[in-house]
Each structure stands twice: as C-alpha cells, then as structure tokens.
Design a protein around this ligand. Structure first.
Ligand SMILES: C[S@@+](CC[C@H](N)C(=O)[O-])C[C@H]1O[C@@H](n2cnc3c(N)ncnc32)[C@H](O)[C@@H]1O
Length: 447
C-alpha cells in the first residue's frame, strides 16, 4: 500500500483539529510520532498544519470569490483548498503547478470527478486572476483581522486595550513561528558550556540576547534526542516565561508554594535557583499533569520538589511560605504563535469564566504567604481582564498586600528599560522582545 503523502497527512491533521477542536500542538506531536516521516517531511508537515491553521481567515478571504457560497461541500474539500492556497501564497519553494497537481490527486482519491474538477477549477482561477485585495475592506477592525488572520472580536478587544498599532503588530507576531529556546540548568552547566555540549551533538545553538546567562536559542538541529537532554542540562522554556521565577526571587533554603505548577517549567526553574535546597510544594489540579512535573524534576536532578494533585482553591495547610507563585490558567493569548488554533477555539465567554477561576486561586493561595513574603501572579495572556484588572480587584479586597516595584530590579536591564510597566504589573506583548506574551506582578504581604 502506498504511504500517504505529507499533504494528505497534513489534510487529515487539519480535519481533526476542525472537527474535534483538537489542540494543534498535541495533535501534531502524535501525528509526527506516528507518521514515520523523515526530518524534511516532518518540517514541511509542521509548517503546513500550523501555517494553514494560523492563516485560516486570510485564506478564506482569498478563496471566497472563487467558490460558490451557500453550496454545501464536504469539510475536507474546504480544508484541502485552504491548505493548497496556503502553499501558493506563503511557501515560495513549492511551484504552484505542483500544488494544484497534488490537490487534484488527493481530491480524486477522496471524492468523485466533480470534486477534483472543482478543486482544479478554483486553484487555476486563483493562479490566473490573482488574489482579492485585503486593503479593499473598508472597516479597519475587519481589515486588520483578515490581514493578520484573527477573529474580529479579538482584534476589536486588542485595539481597545492596546491601540491599533500594537494590536496589529501583536497579531502579526502571532504568525511568526517561535525559535526553540532552552533554559540552562545552572546546577549542572553554564550557557556557554551548553552551547558547546550541543555543538558536539550536531545541534547549532547560541546564547540568548535577552538572558545571556540563562537561555540558549537553537539555530539548527533537535536538542531533545541527545545526551545533554537526558542528563538534564536544560529545559525547553520561553524567555518571557523564565522572567517569572526571576521576579519571584527564591533564595536557598526557602519554602515555596507553586499553586498551578504543571508541567513544571517554572517549578524546576525555582528549584534550580534554590540550588536544590529548601522545599517547593508544586500543586496542579490534574493528576496526569502532576506526573510531568515529577518526571522533569528527576531528569534535572532536583530533589527539593514535592508534587501533589490538588485544587489550589481548596488547599488546606497550616504552613506559610516565603514565596508563593500563582501562574494561573488563562486564555493563553500570549502563546498563539505556539498554539495557533487558540485564536479560533476561545471565545469572549472564556475570558470571563477563566477570570473567575484566577480570582479564586489567587485569593485562596494568598493566605499562605508569610508576612513580608512575596506573591507572584503571572499569566501567558495579554487580556487585561485576566491581568491588571485581576490584580486591581485582588488589591481592593486584600489590603494586606501591596505591589512591589523594587522586585523588577531582578529582571534583565533590557526589560527594565523597555518593558510595559504599570502600577499593576509588567505586560510583555509578543512583538516587544520576540518572546511569548506574558503578564507578571510581584506583591508583598505587609509585615
Ligand atoms: C499556565 S499553566 C501552569 C504552567 C506551569 N506553571 C509551568 O510553568 O510549566 C496553569 C496550570 O494550572 C492548572 N490548574 C487549573 N486550575 C487549577 C486549580 N484550580 N488548582 C491548581 N491548578 C490548576 C492547569 O492544569 C495548568 O497546568
């Protein structure tokens, strides 16, 4: 039996995301593992799946004049057309005629002659007539939403919160795939040594410009299959995410509560900052995710982490902690470049719902902060409702806490000089430093 082509595998993956609301990053991981593709084809598959999901709205705008609206077609036909136009518009290395040929072959295999004729006709018309002009859309919000491929409600919200220029810049940044970034396990090595170790494994890397002592950026190769990974020399983590444990500022021998800890990126960073001393209680609601924290801690050689599957809204303990981190569940709009489907699957209702969960976790976890201790609240979203507004509400009802701007000195100079600080926290938009979008704030419990 013939093995399906990369484009057929991509089509199936895209259909699963459409039908089941499957998360693209999880689905892609299992598809790549099961498809048995070589390195080049895996790269192409990733690009086709992520790119077609990310550019969906723009692609549908391009396709609209060429297909009859209101006519019922099988979902796979629409997805195949999107996938094909994605390649024609965004991938220079694949000639248009090859794209059309492959699309017609797939349509022939899956449908009747009429359908392959339709696919052929639509794609050839686009080749002949060119794409419709997005600039012709009169409404500025709709135009920006189509141009950057985001839902209109989200673009409207961002324009409202950050102004037109930042909203569009942020949306454009969401369409740029992130670099692979590693956090150096300072208990075992240094950034310069890690670059050298990886070099011996054929992986090209360089130290990060934002966090030169802590982070390494991969330029070429897969760092997750070699000795350096197995021996726990690093953890995959975005640079903005690394700032959170820096802001928390844990010290050796301290007691730390990490209330929403899985999969353990920040927990293990905190543990490394404490050189494996002290004690970290790492909670997460989901038992299967808690296992991931323990696995990572073992790989990194960290013995100061206790994991527990527990709801941070109902934790019972008499203990008080020097540091408490609430890295809250959120809409994730800061990590759209990693999970492009989030923009299509989340709704305005989700923002409201998750804001209530965040408020409950923050209120409950805050009671375990020692007097004079630090509470850090962070999210990987850029929704003010989940960030500044959440902190404003918290401070209104918890006068024993105050924000502490002194702690921002723990962050790199470049962030201190150019970050978007407000009295309620630091917001990092994806286009500010080429990182994920994040929010973080440090609060002190008054003595
Ligand atoms: C943003 S993620 C945490 C990421 C983690 N801190 C890291 O750096 O790897 C939020 C986590 O909160 C967990 N969560 C959601 N509701 C929770 C609750 N009520 N109590 C504890 N954890 C919860 C989710 O399962 C999710 O793993």
């Amino acid at each position: 039996m013939n093995r399906p082509s990369v484009r057929e595998v991509a089509l199936d993956a895209l259909l699963k995301v459409e039908k089941n609301q499957a998360y693209s990053h999880l689905l892609l991981h299992s598809t790549l593992t099961n498809a048995g593709l070589d390195k080049r084809d895996s790269g192409l598959l990733t690009e086709l799946v992520y790119g077609t999901i990310a550019r969906k709205r723009t692609l549908d705008y391009y396709l609209a004049p060429f297909i009859k609206s209101g006519k019922k077609r099988a979902l796979w036909v629409d997805v195949l057309l999107r996938l094909s136009v994605y390649q024609m518009v965004y991938l220079d290395r694949i000639p248009d005629r090859a794209v059309v040929h492959e699309a017609v072959t797939i349509a022939n295999k899956r449908g009747h002659k009429g359908i392959s004729g339709l696919v052929n006709g639509v794609l050839r018309s686009i080749q002949r007539q060119g794409l419709p002009d997005v600039g012709a859309i009169a409404d500025p919000i709709e135009r920006a939403a189509v141009q950057t491929s985001h839902p209109q409600w989200l673009m409207a919200r961002w324009m409202n919160q950050y102004g037109e220029n930042d909203a569009i810049a942020m949306a454009n940044a969401n369409n740029i795939p992130p670099e692979v970034c590693l956090r150096v396990n300072r208990m075992k090595t240094t950034a310069a040594e890690l670059v050298a170790h990886l070099g011996h494994e054929g992986v090209e890397a360089e130290t990060s410009k934002l966090l030169p002592d802590l982070a390494v950026i991969i330029k070429k190769g897969n760092p997750f299959v070699g000795k350096a990974y197995k021996e726990g020399l690093f953890t995959a983590q975005d640079e903005a995410s690394m700032l959170v444990a820096k802001l928390l500022g844990p010290e050796e021998g301290m007691d730390v509560l990490d209330a929403c800890a899985a999969p353990g990126g920040k927990t293990t960073h905190i543990a490394e900052q404490m050189s494996g001393t002290g004690h970290i209680l790492a909670l997460d609601l989901h038992p299967h995710k808690v296992k991931l924290i323990a696995e990572q801690a073992a790989r990194l050689g960290l013995e100061n982490i206790e994991t527990r599957a527990e709801d941070a809204r109902t934790l019972q303990t008499k203990k008080h902690y020097d540091r408490v981190l609430v890295d809250a569940p959120c809409t994730g709009f800061g990590v759209i470049r990693r999970k492009p489907d989030i923009r299509w699957s989340k709704t305005e209702k989700d923002v409201k719902h998750i804001a209530n969960v965040q408020a409950a976790i923050l209120a409950h976890a805050s009671q375990f902060v020692k007097q004079g201790g630090t509470l850090v609240y962070s999210t990987c979203t850029i929704e003010k409702e989940e960030n500044e507004h959440a902190i404003e509400r918290f401070l209104d009802t918890h006068p024993q806490f105050e924000t502490n701007e002194r702690f921002y000195r723990r962050l790199p100079d470049h962030i201190q000089a150019n970050g978007r600080f407000s009295p309620l926290g630091l917001t990092i938009l994806p286009h500010d430093f080429g990182t994920d979008g994040f929010f973080m704030v440090a609060l002190t419990r008054k003595s």
